[in-house]
Design a protein around this ligand. Structure first.
Ligand code: NAD
Length: 513
């Protein structure tokens, strides 16, 4: 481990292996025997170890959060916003260190690591403004001298389950909004990236402490899926916001649904860019390559399929092949590299397996994949980005492989292209590259993309926090981040007030005594 990383770990207070949970003021050691080494996929070196919390410890954290909710909800929303503003400020101060740790622990490029922390800062800024805009509607009553309106109240404890690929941003998208809405949060980060979560908890904790806020508003519980399962089944957690694979989302949804709780699901994607005969091919190339190899193809919004018009198919394929020849793969902390490692060796095995499955179904690789070995690649997590010509109906193409495998599919008319783009179980992000207004508007119309995100002349990845983020079908239907996504963290109440001297009933019903 380089000295710089050691300094960063010290700076972010993440060396204590006994920190299995935190209630926002205190850290707790665990009685659990399970200790896990966290190894960086960039160099294969152990960064630190963590301990998993037990079910009893999870339970104690929930009880603390439950108590904290009763006081936190009394703090006026703009004052809660002020605390979130301070968290944003502290994130700004720690952007370099936290961004570097995101890159080192998860393996994404340093620029993307910084970008992830910037997203956290952005959502804090958004939440500060939101804290003065938790508006409800007023409406006219059908009865005289009556007033009707809707108001939003906080829900209570928000359980946040996050994935490894956005180890910190997803937490902030949820927590910053939930806090201004008056909720308290319990975060179960990915077991693959708990160190950045511990760092974030220290940052949030410092601000809550500084403001003398009772413990329990910001909680962290380290563990694997068992903690997630406890949360999903826990009636004390009215909303579980879960980000991860579709497999995980189905399990969470079934458990939360069985108790009629609420879930916010942000699951897998299988995102395509349609490149029409009217596309700017140079612009399309940047969008496609960044979308496919950025974060080593481990974004939920990564570009997995290119649906290319037959008239530009060969020319664009050649451009891609030559661009892939320029991609520099290596240590993500070195800003000269475009692509870092996959998260771990299991992910490499899944990537290799997908290549074999693709070949078995008839896929033709125009850029070959494979594992990179030795030297700078000794962690065993580095692979080559690859490109295959396929048919959309291949089983492997229908499946989200979380790796840099890009599929090329040819089309001849736009309706067919849209059908191909929609012809997968997932519905997260989509894009069309075209300078033709009719093509663009058709793609955005009700007859166009069926995804939660549909872009024109922008790739599939790299959403801004201002819009609601999420997708349809097997992506889970959840919306997070900007726009009116805050409403999911609150319960809506309709109030009717009669200031007349009689009690008229709605719909003109008479009931005289
Ligand atoms: P994963 O499903 O393996 O794990 C995600 C989280 O869920 C982890 O914290 C894990 O411990 C927990 N978990 C797993 N099984 C669970 C269960 N049965 N009950 C409760 N919790 C459980 O996913 P991953 O490999 O960490 O992340 C990659 C996946 O996440 C990809 O499919 C990607 O598309 C998706 N993702 C989606 C979005 C989005 O916004 N749509 C964002 C990021 C990642």
């Amino acid at each position: 481990m380089s000295l710089a990383i050691k300094d960063i770990l010290d700076h972010l207070h993440i060396n204590d292996i006994n920190d299995a949970f935190s209630t926002g003021n205190q850290w707790g050691s665990s009685a659990n025997a399970v200790t896990k080494d966290i190894v960086s996929p960039t160099d294969g070196k152990k960064i630190a170890s963590v301990k998993y919390a037990t079910a009893d410890e999870y339970n104690a954290v929930i009880e603390t959060a439950k108590k904290a909710f009763k006081t936190w909800r009394q703090v006026p929303a703009p004052k809660r916003g002020e605390i979130v503003r301070q968290i944003g400020e502290l994130l700004r101060e720690n952007k370099k260190q936290l961004g570097t740790l995101v890159s080192y622990e998860m393996g994404k490029s340093l620029q993307e690591g910084y970008g992830e922390v910037q997203e956290m800062i952005d959502i804090c800024d958004f939440a500060v403004g939101l804290s003065r805009q938790l508006y409800g509607l007023t409406m006219h009553s059908e009865r005289p001298e009556h007033r009707m309106y809707e108001q939003y109240h906080p829900l209570g404890i928000i359980g946040i389950i996050s994935a490894f690929n956005f180890p910190v941003a997803v937490w902030s998208w949820n927590a910053a909004l939930a806090w201004v809405c008056g909720d308290v949060c319990i975060w179960k980060p990915s077991e693959k990236t708990p160190l950045t979560a511990i760092a974030c908890q220290h940052i949030a904790q410092e601000v809550f402490k500084r403001n003398n806020i009772e413990e329990g508003v910001s909680c962290l519980v380290i563990g694997d899926r068992q903690i997630g399962e406890l949360m999903s089944n826990d009636t004390r957690v009215p909303l579980v916001s879960a980000t991860g694979s579709t497999r995980m989302g189905k399990a969470v949804s079934a458990a939360v649904g069985a108790r009629l709780g609420k879930s916010l699901l942000e699951l897998g994607g299988n995102n395509a860019i349609i490149i029409t005969e009217n596309a700017d091919l140079d612009m399309s190339l940047i969008g496609a390559v960044f979308g496919a190899v950025g974060t080593a193809g481990q974004r939920c919004t990564s570009t997995r399929r290119l649906i290319i018009h037959e008239s530009v198919y060969e020319a664009f394929k050649q451009k891609l092949v030559s661009a892939y020849g320029q991609i520099k793969i290596g240590d993500p902390l070195d800003e000269n590299n475009h692509m870092g490692p996959l998260i771990d060796q299991d992910a490499v095995a899944l990537y290799l397996d997908s290549i074999e499955k693709c070949k078995a179904e008839g896929g033709r690789f125009v850029v070959e994949g494979g594992k990179l070995e030795g030297g700078a690649y000794s962690s065993g997590c580095y692979v080559k980005p690859c490109i295959a010509e396929v048919e959309n109906h291949f089983k492997i193409v229908q499946h989200e492989t979380f790796a840099p495998i890009l599929y090329l599919i040819k089309y001849s008319d736009l309706d067919e292209a849209i059908e191909l783009q929609n012809g997968v179980p997932q519905g997260l992000s989509s894009a069309i590259m075209t300078n033709n207004l009719r093509e663009a508007e058709t793609f955005l119309s009700y007859a166009g993309s069926d995804c939660g995100i549909a872009n024109v002349n922008i790739g599939t990845s790299g959403a801004e926090i201002g819009g609601a983020f999420g997708g349809e079908k097997e992506t889970g239907g959840g919306r997070e981040s900007g726009s009116d996504a805050w409403k999911v963290y609150m319960r809506r109440q309709t109030n009717t007030i009669n200031y007349s001297k009689t009690l008229p009933l709605a719909q003109g019903i008479k009931f005289d005594l």
